[in-house]
Unconditional design. Structure first.
Length: 185
């Protein structure tokens, strides 16, 4: 599976730092954002150090940087199709247990106050906590079980998508941790 991840195309909303790493591995091809930044820094006489320089007080340059910032946000934002897919899954996997927990709470209240059924109150507490806990887990599962590819809708339960997306997330955490430990040294 690791070989599949290294050969796969990057997602359109994946952070640009990850894209740069994959492009360096693939070859010296520059994206349009990188080419425009290189051209901008070369035309202003700045050396490209990999760090942002202090912004100038020129309004034209500030406006140009603001436009570039908006473009990069659009590149890294989640596409609308994927966003809706995630929201539907979150509503189902989180909403159903939460609604069940509220129903258990009110149903047990009615059963206890009307004298229909007697049971310990800790049963109500534990069952509603279990349902609300499943609702919290459903938030994460709903987002990670959705297909992050715009063209592929994914499976009904999304287990294969969950494994793929969870793997992507953990590898991003590992690389971020490694890069932060290298910068500390």
């Amino acid at each position: 599976m690791a070989s599949e991840d290294s050969k796969r195309d990057r997602l359109p909303f994946e952070p640009s730092s990850n894209r740069k790493k994959s492009e360096k591995q693939a070859g010296p091809v520059q994206s349009s954002d990188q080419a425009s930044k290189t051209a901008t820094s070369a035309s202003s006489g700045q050396q490209r150090t990999g760090k942002w320089t202090k912004p100038s007080k020129s309004p034209a340059k500030a406006e140009k940087r603001a436009v570039q910032g908006r473009a990069s946000r659009e590149d890294t934002s989640i596409p609308e199709v994927v966003n809706r897919r995630m929201l539907k899954r979150i509503a189902f996997f989180s909403g159903m247990p939460t609604i069940l927990g509220v129903f258990i709470f009110f149903a047990s209240y009615v059963l206890l106050t009307q004298g229909v059924l007697e049971f310990p109150k800790v049963v109500v507490l534990m069952s509603t906590l279990l349902c609300f806990g499943l609702g919290v887990v459903g938030l994460s599962y709903g987002a990670l079980s959705a297909s992050w590819d715009e063209e592929i809708s994914g499976s009904t339960l999304g287990w294969s998508e969950f494994r793929l997306n969870f793997g992507r997330m953990t590898s991003a955490w590992r690389s971020a941790r490694e890069s932060s430990s290298k910068s500390d040294n």
